[in-house]
Design a protein around this ligand. Structure first.
Ligand code: PMP
Length: 408
């Protein structure tokens, strides 16, 4: 299809949805207090943010970032390879490596570009990358760019991953095989069975184990050290990737490993590192400050789990279908895309901000509302959200009992 046709087709669909007043995306937030936001003069409780520890509005993080602007300026002025490399970046890399339990780390300017750049260096066209089917788009995009063979295993199914590894190795014994999964899945909120996945690595030590822990960092492990730490399998993971755009109150990403030679190679070869500007000082200092706070106040992570546990329990009592979530991300499974859009709109009108995830972000017919909680949510905000959800769940007939009652 020609570009103009594709564009017209998209815009026709966009106008149709917008005319119904249910387009929930790209809503401009006018003010933010973290757990609450203001949109079009309306105040809403935010239950869609990845700022799990509420650090974006922590006065210590804000002050340190503001000071960094006065000390370093607002922009980096170049890529790290050339003129934008600051001592702050090296300090952050040391702190990150120590935090996640690896020898060395390399920072990139976003999480997405970390996956793109790292996979681009590590993987050759003759290699195979074995991914969990529900891996993030940045991983699939990264693999696509390498032109390597992409193979997948059933979501969170370590036995299937092992079978795939054995079959791939039998066919292609002389090429590298990468096993790539996530710590916490961004839509379902499920924690990966990393102990079982690590057993695949035990059985086949030459497999290169790459873990994207975007949503696990700051959430799982001792004091938020991540999902690998939670399962005590850090030494079995060859590369731990993480982002600063969730718990770390910033943007950016990193890749950590015990293999310092490999990371030097990656630092000098990653195209998204050398051909892209450096992480600005304010963003770098924000992450450093988050690590300082986490090391001093690990109880913040406990509060996050307290909030999350309470909400998960309450969702179940209401009768909401939440899948197998065990993290701050708790999806509300709705079904059709249309109903999910309408439900999100009703939440908005009631004063709650949470957005739908529809196909292709989730399988067809399994549209959901992605809700996520923060350690800084107050009990009165949580009570309010539950009151709204209880009312709307009945109105929209999305409870487990409503589904069972429906004619087959
Ligand atoms: N990996 C995963 C699992 C993600 O969920 C995301 C973002 N949602 C990314 C990578 C990309 O990170 P960033 O938004 O920091 O670029």
């Amino acid at each position: 299809m020609r570009l103009r046709q594709r564009c017209d087709q998209f815009n026709a669909l966009h106008s149709q949805i917008s005319a119904q007043g249910i387009n929930p995306y790209f809503r401009p937030i006018a003010k933010s207090w973290g757990a609450e936001v203001e949109i079009g003069g309306k105040r809403l409780v935010m239950i869609g943010s990845n700022d799990y520890l509420g650090f974006s509005h922590d006065p210590r993080v804000m002050d340190a970032s503001a000071k960094a602007v006065y000390q370093w300026g607002t922009g980096p002025g170049g890529s790290r390879f050339l003129s934008g490399n600051m001592v702050l970046h090296h300090l952050l890399e040391e702190r990150l490596a120590a935090f996640v339990g690896k020898r060395s780390a390399v920072v990139h300017v976003t999480g997405f570009s970390t996956n793109l750049g790292a996979l681009g260096v590590l993987v050759m066209p003759s290699d195979t990358v074995l991914c969990d089917r529900e891996n993030h788009a940045s991983i699939f995009e990264g693999v696509k760019n390498t032109k390597a063979r992409l193979s997948t295993f059933a979501h969170n199914d370590a036995a299937h991953a092992l079978a795939r590894v054995e079959a791939i190795k039998a066919n292609r014994p002389d090429n590298d095989l990468f096993l790539v999964t996530e710590g916490v899945f961004s839509m379902s909120g499920e924690l990966a069975p990393l102990d079982e996945i690590a057993a695949v690595k035990d059985a086949h030590p030459d497999v290169i184990f790459y873990l994207d822990d975007a949503h696990g960092l700051g959430v799982f492990g001792r004091g938020g050290r991540g999902s690998a730490d939670h399962f005590r399998i850090t030494d079995k993971v060859d590369f731990i990737m993480g982002t600063f755009s969730k718990s770390m109150a910033s943007i950016g990403g990193f890749i950590a490993s015990d293999d310092e030679d490999m990371l030097r190679y990656l630092r000098y070869q990653s195209r998204t590192q050398i051909f892209s500007a450096a992480l600005p000082a304010a963003n770098t200092v924000a992450v450093l400050t988050c690590i300082d706070i986490l090391e001093r106040e690990p109880e913040r992570v406990d509060r996050l789990h307290e909030v999350t546990g309470r909400m998960r329990q309450a969702y179940k009592s209401i009768g909401l279908r939440i899948g197998a979530s065990s993290s701050p991300i708790i999806p509300i499974i709705i079904g059709s895309d249309e109903k999910a859009f309408q439900f999100s709109q009703a939440l908005f009108e009631a004063g709650v901000f949470a957005l739908p995830a529809v196909y292709p972000a989730v399988p067809r017919g399994q549209a959901l509302i992605r809700t996520a909680y923060m350690s800084t949510h107050q009990d009165r905000q949580l009570d309010f959200v539950l009151e709204v959800l209880d009312r709307l769940a009945k109105e929209f007939r999305i409870r487990e009992c409503d589904i069972e009652d429906e004619p087959q």
